[in-house]
Ligand binder design. Structure first.
Ligand SMILES: [Zn+2]
Length: 694
C-alpha cells in the first residue's frame, strides 16, 4: 500500500507530539536491533553475552533520573553498539534533538557510513522515522537527519563552538580524549550548555578509551560520577571483586596457565570458571541488585559523585565475554610490551581501560630538570663533547638559539641558550646570530671548539631571510642550513634537501636555496625519552648552571595529544600549548643539525679524529687568564680530509671585539676572556677537517 504524503506528515506530527514512552533503551535494543552479518555477534541484539551493557543502557534511558553517564572503557567490549542503541532509542522513543560529537568531521562521516546507515537500514523503527539522505525531498544529509520531534546532528569536535543557537536534549560524546582544544573552552562544556533547557530530561552520554593520567577528558568526567565497577563473585569464596590485571598469575613461559587470584581467598581460577555463573544470562528486567543476589556479576558504585552523574570504569579486557579476549593472549600482549613505554601505554589504555601514568611528564617537571644542572660555564664544553651544533627558532621579533655539544652515544652537553632580539627582516639581527654562531667555545681539553652545523627554522614569516642567511653562510663554507618541521608524524628525522627556487609569491629566489624537513615528532619522542636518563652515558642530556628557568619550562611546555595526520593516521602528537616552547624547538633543530653533521660518515672515525683533539683533559684551568690562551693543535693536521677542501675560508671576519657584543650572550662570552684572546692562524678552528661530509 502506498502511503500518501499527507498521511506521512500526519503520522510524523502525531509521533513528534507524543509524550515520552516509558521505554528502557535495553528493552528497545533487544526488540528492535538486528546486527549485520559482518559483526562479531550477528543477528537480533541480545545482552546474554554482555550483561555489563544493560546498566549503561538503562541509566541513559529517556525516563531515567540520571542526567549524565560516562564510561571509561578498554577497546572492543561493546562501546560502539551501546552508542548506536542509545541514539536509535532516543530517536525512536522520545522527542528531542540529538547531537553526536566526534573527534573530527571525518570520524562523523565514517560513523554515518559504517555504523549509522547499516543500523537504520536494519531497524524498522528507525527506517520509519529517518528517511535516507539520498531520497528525494528527504531534506536529510549525511550529517543532519530530521525525524519527528527533532533533528540529529553529527559534528566534529572543532565545530561544537558554532552550535550557539541550538537546543539539544541528547548528546553522545565519542572518544573525548581525542577532541581538539578549542579557544572558547572545553568541547564537553560547550556542548553540555546546549542542553540546559531540558534540565533532568536531558541525557548526556560519553564513552572512550583514556590516554594519560591527569590529562584524560574521559577520566575527568568519570571521576565526577559514582564510578561503578564491574564485580564478579569468586567461584570459591563468592567474594565480589573487579577483575584486575595485578591479580592475573601465570607460570613463566606459559601464558596458557593464566589464572585470576581472588583478592579475598587467593584461590586461582581460570577464565571459564570465573565467567561461568557470573555471566549466566539474566532474565528480562533483572537489575544490578538482583544480579548480585543471584551470584551474577553486577555494577557497584564506588564513589558518591555529583548528583545525577553516573559513571562506569574498572571493566578491563579481562572481563570481556568468553572468547573475545582470551587471557593467554593478554599475557602475550603484556610480555611483548615490557620495556617499551609506548606499548605499555597502549596496554593500559586499550586493554585495561585505565589512564597511563606518564612517567616522563609526571616525574620530570622543569624544576627537576633544572636541579640536574652541572657546574660548568656557558660557552664551554666539558670533556666528552666532540661535535657541536646549534638549533635556531625564528620568531617575528627574535631568534632563539640553543648550542649543544655531542659525544659518543649521543651524550650531549648544553653550551648556550638565549635569544637575539630583533626583527628577522633586519640584517643586524642576522649579524648578531652570525657573531654568536662563530664565537669560540672553550673545550675542557683546553682547545677551542666551534659550532659544526646549524639548523635554522625557515617556517613562519621569515623564510626568505633564513634562506638568504644560510646561502651566504654556505658560500663561506659554513654548514648552516634551513629547515622546516615536517607535516606527517612519521616523517624521517631529517629529509634530503629540497631546492627552493621561488618564493611563495612566485618570485625567483636568487641563487636558489636548500630546505630540509625535520621529523619533529620523532625527534621530540627521542629527546623526551632521553631527558629521563639521570646517569651520564649514551643519550644523556647535560645542562650548565647558566641555563635559566625559562629554558627548562620551554623544554617541558608541550603535551602529547591524539591527533590525525593528513593521511588520517592517529598518533600521539606533541602539541604546543599557550606557553612558549622555543627552547624545545631549538633542541629539536639542534639534533637535526647533529644528524646532518654525521650523515654519511663513519661515526667511529669522526669520534676518533675529534678525540685526538679534545681527548686530553686539561679541564677548566685554561679559563685562567694567566695561562697561555692556546695550546698548539698538532692533531688538527692529522685529521684526514677525505675530500678536497673548498677554497680557503673567505670569511674575513675578525674576532669580534668584546665591546661590540651588545647581546645578552655578550656578558657570558666576556666571562671567559681566554675565549677572546687573540688568535693566531694555527689555532683557527679545524672544524672543516672534522666532520667531513660537505
Ligand atoms: Zn575467593
Amino acid at each position: 500500500m502506498k502511503i500518501r504524503p499527507i498521511d506521512r506528515v500526519r503520522r510524523a506530527m502525531a509521533e513528534g507530539l507524543r509524550p515520552d514512552r516509558e521505554v528502557w533503551v535495553d528493552e528497545w535494543a533487544e526488540s528492535n536491533r538486528v546486527l549485520p552479518p559482518d559483526t562479531p555477534e550477528p543477528g537480533p541484539f541480545r545482552f546474554a553475552r554482555t550483561p555489563y551493557l544493560i546498566d549503561i543502557h538503562r541509566t541513559m534511558s529517556p525516563g531515567s533520573p540520571w542526567r549524565e553517564g560516562w564510561w571509561m572503557k578498554p577497546h572492543q567490549v561493546g562501546g560502539s553498539v551501546t552508542g548506536e542503541n542509545l541514539i536509535g532509542a532516543w530517536v525512536c522513543t522520545a522527542a528531542g534533538s540529538v547531537l553526536t560529537v566526534f573527534p573530527t568531521l571525518d570520524d562523523a562521516k565514517q560513523w554515518e557510513l559504517t555504523r549509522f546507515e547499516p543500523m537504520r537500514a536494519s531497524t524498522r523503527a528507525l527506517r520509519r522515522r529517518i528517511r535516507p539522505a539520498d531520497e528525494k525531498g528527504s531534506d536529510n544529509t549525511k550529517l543532519r537527519k530530521r525525524f519527528p520531534g527533532g533533528v540529529m546532528r553529527l559534528v566534529g569536535s572543532n565545530r561544537v563552538g558554532a552550535l550557539k543557537s541550538s537546543t539539544i536534549r541528547y548528546i553522545k560524546f565519542e572518544e573525548p580524549d581525542e577532541y581538539q582544544v578549542l579557544e572558547q573552552g572545553s568541547v564537553v562544556g560547550l556542548a553540555k550548555a546546549r542542553t540546559a533547557n531540558f534540565g533532568r530530561k536531558a541525557k548526556i552520554y560519553g564513552d572512550g578509551t583514556p590516554t594519560f593520567d591527569g590529562r584524560s577528558e574521559i577520566q575527568r568526567q568519570v571521576l565526577r560520577g559514582d564510578q561503578r565497577k564491574w564485580h564478579l563473585h569468586c567461584p570459591d569464596c563468592h567474594h565480589a571483586q573487579p577483575l584486575v590485571w595485578e591479580q592475573l598469575k601465570w607460570v613463566d613461559g606459559g601464558p596458557d596457565s593464566a589464572r585470576h587470584a581472588c583478592s579475598a581467598c587467593g584461590t586461582l581460577n581460570d577464565e571459564a570458571t570465573w565467567k561461568a555463573s557470573n555471566y549466566a544470562p539474566r532474565p528480562p528486567g533483572m537489575d544490578e541488585a538482583e544480579a548480585r543476589q543471584t551470584g551474577r556479576a553486577y555494577w557497584q558504585a564506588t564513589a558518591t559523585g555529583e548528583p545525577g552523574v553516573a559513571s562506569w570504569c574498572g571493566l578491563e579486557a579481562l572481563a570481556a565475554p568468553m572468547g573475545w579476549r582470551p587471557w593467554p593472549s593478554l599475557v602475550v600482549d603484556w610480555l611483548a610490551a615490557q620495556g617499551d613505554e609506548d606499548k605499555l601505554r597502549i596496554f593500559y589504555n586499550n586493554l585495561r581501560g585505565l589512564p597511563y601514568q606518564d612517567k616522563v611528564r609526571n616525574d620530570l617537571g622543569a624544576e627537576q630538570l633544572q636541579q640536574r644542572a652541572e657546574s660548568y660555564e656557558l660557552m664551554t664544553c666539558p670533556q666528552g663533547g666532540l661535535i657541536c651544533t646549534a638549533g635556531v627558532d625564528t620568531q617575528d621579533n627574535r631568534l632563539a638559539v640553543v648550542i649543544r655539544a655531542w659525544g659518543r652515544g649521543e651524550e650531549s652537553w648544553g653550551v648556550w641558550h638565549g635569544e637575539i632580539y630583533g626583527n628577522p627582516s633586519a640584517p643586524e639581527t642576522w649579524a648578531k646570530l652570525k657573531e654568536l654562531l662563530e664565537a669560540p667555545i672553550q673545550h675542557a681539553s683546553g682547545q677551542v671548539m666551534r659550532v659544526d652545523a646549524v639548523a635554522i627554522d625557515a617556517g613562519g614569516h621569515h623564510g626568505e631571510d633564513v634562506y638568504a642567511f644560510c646561502r651566504d653562510a654556505q658560500v663561506r663554507g659554513k654548514h648552516w642550513f634551513a629547515i622546516r618541521g615536517a607535516k606527517s608524524y612519521d616523517a624521517p628525522k631529517l629529509s634530503r634537501p629540497k631546492k627552493i627556487e621561488f618564493t611563495w609569491r612566485g618570485n625567483p629566489v636568487p641563487g636558489g636555496a636548500e630546505l630540509r624537513h625535520v621529523g619533529t615528532q620523532a625527534i621530540k619522542n627521542l629527546i623526551d625519552g632521553r631527558l629521563k636518563l639521570t646517569q651520564p652515558g649514551g643519550g644523556a642530556y647535560h645542562f650548565p648552571l647558566g641555563f635559566q628557568a625559562d629554558y627548562y619550562k620551554q623544554l617541558r611546555s608541550e603535551r602529547r595529544e591524539w591527533r590525525r595526520d593528513m593521511q588520517g593516521h592517529k598518533a600521539l602528537w606533541w602539541v604546543k600549548g599557550k606557553e612558549r616552547n622555543e627552547a624545545w624547538d631549538c633542541e629539536v633543530y639542534g639534533y637535526a643539525a647533529y644528524l646532518y653533521a654525521m650523515a654519511g660518515q663513519h661515526a667511529e672515525t669522526v669520534f676518533r679524529n675529534r678525540e685526538k683533539l679534545f681527548g686530553q683533559v686539561r679541564q677548566m684551568e685554561l679559563l685562567d687568564e694567566n695561562l697561555p690562551a692556546r695550546i698548539p693543535e698538532p692533531a688538527a693536521a692529522r685529521v684526514p680530509h677525505p675530500e678536497p677542501q673548498p677554497e680557503p675560508d673567505p670569511d674575513p671576519d675578525p674576532e669580534p671585539a668584546p665591546q661590540r657584543l651588545e647581546l645578552s650572550f655578550a656578558s657570558l662570552i666576556q666571562a671567559h676572556p681566554a675565549a677572546h684572546a687573540p688568535r693566531s692562524p694555527p689555532t683557527r678552528p679545524t672544524r672543516r677537517g672534522f666532520v667531513q661530509r660537505w
